[in-house]
Design a protein around this ligand. Structure first.
Ligand SMILES: [Zn+2]
Length: 262
């Protein structure tokens, strides 16, 4: 039951950043981009929050299975199989001693270096659904402290609107993951912002080609535990993303199905 305490090897946490590419004019897009995300947050419906994992939900990751078999094998950074399928949601926290090597995207947000190339390829291609402008990553990797701040700020906002502590907490958790439970802490989830809403429609139909999934569709809220977020994309690799796209599965469903096959 205590699989979560298994170390991923106790490797040193490395955080290095480097700017790989400069893309001009990006800063000009930031303000309208932020405004759009704000508007989307405000406009989106709020489904009732699930209070427990749905029946049949298996809160186990592929990484756990591998680590359970070979807990002694620390291995080099690239040796972890299927790192890109690590499940993080309200029932599955970030792995202990999680480490990530970060690179900077246009606009200054950081992402795991392993997703940089497919991410940039996807954003370049997405220009065709975005008035020929490069969509921006407006939120990438977050530290525990950053996630905590977002979480606390959102609760404070609802408290300020007159909601009780428990109401404010419940409402906040529809939009901001509990610290330690955000995919953003993995480094391979991004919030994307474009010049037009059409970019989200483009992403929903094309992101899988680059290994990314529309992580929180509105018809899977009970399973993902998160309200629809059209801007949030998560890397899972091309093979998994393609299967999820073709079968209409969310990550939790895909992993449960995969586990059933083993
Ligand atoms: Zn997000």
């Amino acid at each position: 039951m205590n699989e979560r305490t298994i170390s991923t090897g106790g490797r040193r946490v490395q955080r290095r950043t480097r700017r790989r590419r400069h893309i001009g004019g990006i800063l000009l897009m930031l303000l309208p981009a932020a405004a759009l995300i704000g508007a989307l947050h405000a406009a989106s419906p709020r489904p009732a929050p699930p209070t427990s994992p749905p029946a049949g939900h298996l809160p186990v990751t592929a990484a756990d299975a591998v680590l359970s078999e070979e807990p002694q094998d620390a291995g080099p950074a690239g040796a972890d199989t299927d790192w890109y399928l690590t499940l993080v949601n309200r029932w599955n926290p970030i792995p202990e001693h999680y480490e990530v090597n970060l690179v900077e995207t246009a606009g200054g947000e950081l992402v795991d270096e392993r997703i940089y190339e497919p991410l940039m390829e996807m954003l370049e291609a997405a220009k065709e659904g975005n008035w020929n402008q490069l969509p921006l990553v407006v939120s990438g990797y977050r530290t525990q402290e950053e996630q905590q701040r977002l979480y606390d700020d959102r609760i404070a906002k609802y408290r300020g609107q007159g909601f009780s502590e428990s109401e404010a907490k419940e409402m906040a958790e529809q939009w901001v993951a509990v610290p330690g439970h955000s995919e953003h802490q993995l480094g391979f989830a991004v919030d994307i912002n474009g010049a037009t809403y059409d970019v989200y429609l483009w992403l929903q139909e094309n992101s899988y080609k680059y290994g990314f999934i529309f992580r929180y569709p509105g018809n899977r809220t009970e399973i993902t535990g998160t309200a629809e977020e059209v801007w949030h994309y998560r890397y899972v690799g091309v093979e998994a993303a393609t299967e999820m796209y073709e079968k209409g599965l969310c990550l939790e469903e895909y992993l449960a199905e995969r586990q059933g096959e083993e």
